[in-house]
Write a protein that binds this ligand. Structure first.
Ligand code: ADP
Ligand code: MG
Length: 466
């Protein structure tokens, strides 16, 4: 069963995530309609949540008679998984106040996660404090030059919610610690004021809940939920781009909270003024408080993050190994952690100590995939996505400014990041002459020096691509 599900997942998930998180998993056994899957360590438990939809989709497509997928670590006796009294991984009983929370924690502590269709009730999980990851504390966050300002701002907000900066707008690239930092605010406020109600929600979840509530005519409870919290942490706000109705709802949520002096913290992958397809009135509100960016960590910070993480795993990490990982994994902290988790899992499976030689061997593939060849297609996809357009538009004969600039940027990136010749680049952009390509590249090269925003956009795409 699991092998077939894995085969289906492999096609849908990027190779690195697959290699790191899914490949080390093994089929354990079946108990009725419960499929038990072995994971190497507790670090893998999040795959139940993260890939729930894809796993469900694979189960459906393969027509498997599986209702629940349960992930267990070797420590947990796989043949007799501890099922909690409340059912642990069983579907959440409806009308039970704290059931969603227990089931969620079950997913964390018992290594049990649900892949089955979520019962109606849990989609309206009002018990939002349980949505904070218990690991995302200020104490666990390593402060370095790239995140110093954002951390200080977050701490100020946690100490004096709604009085320091409201809203606090955090932005930065993928895996830079935005989610960690914003949840740390939640934990810290909760610690100081036990009664405070904290709501952490991603832009995506906010959108989906709103759509559900519209569909099931529960808008009143939707509004009650979001407009009555003391601290609203809304993550990945860029997801609301182009979603007018959701933006409108969020606008009112924002106003209601701000007027009643409740704290709002927003995280985004880009600064407010670069949020395309956002209403101006929202964008301007995002600038009311403080905007803090998080820059990629430098080498020392990366080493410190690895050491802290190893410490929390009670694993000794030699400095040369930490340096090796830190200098080979680029800037994304999530990948940095992924490499370490992989190394720890590998060493414990093979019963060897962590040494530089072992790390080089074990992480070879991981690091290789990081320097995988960038193709013109991936560049086109990234650029198109960034500008909210279709790849086909980059190749069309259309000379409107909205299209020309992204196309020139994509050509420029193709020249910088691939080995392709000018005529080859021209071909891949709908048959442009090589002199056109050359002209485009020169133009971007020049503008990039003069225009800081453009420069940042290009840097960000380069970072995404590599
Ligand atoms: P983002 O939301 O910006 O994509 P996350 O907050 O999800 O990034 O961070 C990715 C992972 O890296 C998390 O596990 C987080 O705990 C860790 N992380 C990021 N920055 C730091 C840091 N400065 N110190 C410790 N852990 C960090
Ligand atoms: Mg995040």
């Amino acid at each position: 069963y699991w092998v077939r599900i894995l085969a289906a997942l492999e096609k849908k998930i990027n190779r690195q995530s697959y290699e790191t998180w899914l490949k080390p998993t093994r089929f354990s056994h079946l108990e009725g309609k419960k499929l038990f899957v072995r994971i190497p360590s507790a670090d893998f438990q999040h795959i139940g949540d993260r890939y729930a939809d894809l796993i469900q989709e694979a189960i459906d497509n393969l027509g498997l008679d599986v209702e629940t997928v349960v992930f267990t670590t070797p420590e947990q006796d796989p043949r007799a998984p501890k099922v909690r009294e409340d059912g642990g991984f069983a579907p959440v009983p409806s009308h039970s106040q704290n059931a969603p929370k227990q089931s969620r924690q079950g997913a964390l502590t018992n290594g049990v996660a649900q892949a089955g269709p979520m019962p109606e009730q849990s989609r309206f999980d009002w018990n939002t404090a349980s949505q904070l990851n218990p690991k995302y504390l200020f104490d666990a966050f390593v402060v370095g030059s790239g995140n110093q300002f954002a951390t200080a701002a977050a701490q100020a907000v946690a100490e004096r919610p709604s009085k320091a900066y409201n809203p606090l707008f955090l932005y930065g690239g993928v895996g830079m610690g935005k989610t960690h930092l914003m949840q740390a605010i939640g934990h810290d406020v909760k610690r100081r004021q036990g009664h405070a109600s904290i709501c952490y929600v991603s832009g995506e979840k906010f959108t989906n809940e709103m759509i559900d509530c519209v569909r099931y005519q529960k808008m009143t409870s939707f509004r009650d939920k979001f407009r009555t919290v003391d601290v609203l942490l809304i993550d990945d706000i860029q997801f609301l781009a182009g979603k007018e109705r959701t933006q409108e709802e969020f606008f009112h949520t924002f106003n209601a909270l701000h007027e009643s002096m409740k704290q709002i913290v927003i995280a985004s992958d880009r600064p407010p003024k670069e949020l395309a397809d956002f209403e101006d009135r929202l964008r301007s509100r995002f600038e009311w408080g403080l905007i803090a960016d998080i820059q990629p960590p430098d080498l020392e910070t990366k080493v410190a993050i690895l050491q802290k993480k190893a410490e929390s795993e009670q694993t000794a990490l030699p400095t040369d190994v930490a340096l090796f990982i830190a200098s080979n994994v680029r800037t994304n902290v999530r990948e940095l952690e992924g490499a370490l988790v992989r190394l720890i899992a590998w060493c414990s499976m093979h019963g060897v100590e962590i040494t530089l030689a072992v790390a080089q061997q074990c992480l070879k593939q991981f690091i290789d995939t990081q320097v995988r060849k960038i193709t013109i297609e991936t560049i086109q996809r990234t650029v198109a996505e960034n500008f909210g357009m279709r790849v086909a538009e980059l190749k069309q004969k259309n000379n409107s400014r909205q299209i020309v600039v992204p196309r020139q940027i994509a050509m420029y990136l193709a020249k910088q990041l691939t080995e392709a010749s000018l005529p080859e680049i021209g071909r891949q952009f709908g048959g442009k002459h090589h002199t056109t390509v050359m002209h485009s590249i020169a133009k971007i090269d020049e503008q990039r020096r003069a225009d800081k925003d453009l420069n940042r956009t290009i840097n960000k795409m380069m970072e995404t691509l590599s």
